[in-house]
Design a binder for this molecule. Structure first.
Ligand code: BYC
Ligand code: FE
Ligand code: FE
Length: 470
């Protein structure tokens, strides 16, 4: 079914055919718009060169044009239905997928959808003020693109809550607009989404590391036996690719510019020359990576085992796994600390599914480091960036009780305190990065701490007027 843009809420789920649901979503819509006005992008714009989804198929799903942001057509878009789709894993493997929520899984599914839904508006709130200091119009446009799509991801989850979870679901949809990132009384659910994103280096790190958790979590929900959730996530993943592109190339460009300044001034201390020193970039990597690892939950999780067995949440690329997809007989290894040493334990595979997903995520993260190190190499710089040890700076899971250095050494509290300023961004580091954040809004111009992108958006040049101001 094509997307219908003549409707108040664009959709390809035949909302017009379900008046009750349509009315419920239409009454949530003003609350969403009000939230967007008060918690969304703080900088006023006339219009922005944005892509909008016009179809859900493989080819040509996006349309690009200048639109006023509050007129962006947030809607409900599910990937096409596969009538023969069967459950790929768990106890009910091989049975047809569900078009409705089975009563016994209602609470668990609702919880997964609420947690997913909570992250989307949270990120918009975190990024609210970044529009005041973008390094170029191109970057400003990318920020807003990410923001409107995270807003749409909220719509995706709210649709599921309204359509399949009754009154309880509608209340949860309301609550998604009432919790706020960093709010002391009613914070967002997951840790990383209550951190600040106060500068553009943080934004690139967030879209690299934290949006990438989104990619992996959505990948597991795409496997879900609850077909509407699966189809929603499949389409969200298409939008998600651009968010990670923004992060990957954003860090590329910061690293390239830092390397350039290091050569030009023949020093590692490029802060006085308006650059971001590599050791500060490394500390930002350490922070954002470790906070994002916490989003995978505990290495051993009965929640994860239950979700899998019930068919609610699969593994990354479940269908490509060469095992029985039930896993009751399998085991896995997890890392942990025992008797003051890092060691590993064999545990039932079902209990180690968070660890399994995190392992996939880590190897994907590694590809960014490879890239950034190639940029350094090409820039004639000898230093290299690395991912810290998986146990470094953790608040969730088996490492959270211990202090582990980026290199993977177990240390005491004193050594941790004595060195943390070498490993994590200090106030001085953050103040320096923030001091570089000045808006550069002349078309074709770029701030001094970052290199320009190699391409524009949708074949437009970098100099294109991606954003108009009132
Ligand atoms: N913070 O069994 P455990 C995205 C709680 S990002 C706070 O180890 P489980 C995006 C946990 O809830 C993707 N609490 O965990 C990115 C549980 O509480 P209860 C978001 C945490 O359930 C950028 C207890 O600790 N989507 O889309 O296996 C921009 C024991 O937990 C945390 C999802 O996460 C934490 N970090 O796994 C925009 C998918 N970790 O039951 C968007 C949906 C754990 O004791 N969520 N806890 O009260 C899930 O699949 C799972 O809930 C989690 C946790 C993976 C998050
Ligand atoms: Fe998202
Ligand atoms: Fe995203």
């Amino acid at each position: 079914m094509p997307i219908d843009y003549s409707e108040k809420i664009p959709n390809n789920v035949d909302l017009a055919g379900d008046r009750k649901l349509q009315r419920a979503l239409e009454s949530w819509q003003p609350n969403f718009l009000n939230w967007w006005k008060t918690m969304g992008p703080a900088v006023p714009t006339e219009d922005v060169y944005l892509r909008t989804a016009v179809a859900v198929g493989r080819e040509g799903w996006a349309h690009f044009d200048h639109v006023a942001m509050e007129e962006y057509r947030w809607g409900v878009f599910l990937a096409e239905r596969n009538a023969d789709r069967r459950i790929a894993f768990g106890e009910q493997k091989g049975e047809p997928v569900w078009q409705q929520v089975p009563g016994e899984y209602r609470a668990d599914l609702q919880r997964l959808i609420v947690i997913q839904g909570d992250t989307e508006p949270a990120s918009v709130e975190q990024q609210r003020r970044l529009g005041e200091t973008a390094p170029s119009l191109y970057d400003l446009r990318n920020l807003f693109q990410v923001n409107v799509e995270e807003g749409r991801h909220l719509w995706a989850m709210v649709y599921l809550l309204h359509a399949f979870f009754g009154r309880n679901g509608r209340e949860e949809a309301e609550a998604l607009l009432q919790r706020n990132s960093g709010d002391l009384d009613s914070p967002r659910i997951l840790g990383a989404f209550n951190e600040e994103t106060p500068d553009w280096l943080s934004f690139y790190m967030f879209t690299y590391f934290t949006d990438r958790d989104g990619k992996y979590q959505l990948g597991t929900l795409k496997e879900s036996a609850f077909d509407p959730l699966s189809r929603t996530c499949e389409f969200m993943l298409k939008e998600e690719a651009h968010h990670m592109f923004v992060g990957t190339t954003g860090v590329d460009r910061v690293v390239a510019r830092s390397a350039e300044l290091m050569r030009e001034h023949d020093t590692e201390d490029i802060a006085p020359h308006g650059g971001i020193p590599l050791d500060v970039i490394q500390k930002y990597i350490n922070f954002h990576y470790s906070v994002s690892l916490d989003l995978f939950g505990s290495e051993q999780s009965t929640n994860a085992a239950n979700y899998f067995t019930a068919g609610l949440k699969g593994r990354w690329q479940e269908e490509r796994r060469k095992d029985d997809h039930v896993l009751t007989e399998d085991s896995a290894h997890i890392q942990l600390v025992r008797d003051g040493e890092l060691t590993s334990d064999e545990v039932p595979a079902l209990l180690a599914l968070n660890n399994d997903l995190r392992t996939e995520y880590i190897s994907d993260c590694q590809s960014g480091l490879k890239r950034w190190n190639r940029v350094l190499e090409q820039g004639g710089v000898d230093q290299r960036l690395t991912l810290p040890h998986v146990g470094f700076n953790r608040d969730v899971g088996l490492f959270s009780e211990h202090h582990i250095t980026p290199k993977g050494d177990l240390v005491g509290a004193d050594a941790w305190e004595a060195n943390r300023d070498r490993w994590l961004p200090t106030e001085a580091d953050k103040t320096h990065v923030r001091s570089l954040m000045r808006p550069v809004y002349e078309p074709g111009k770029i701030a001094g701490w970052i290199a320009p992108p190699s391409h524009g958006i949708n074949d437009k040049p970098f100099e294109y007027e991606y954003v108009h101001f009132p």
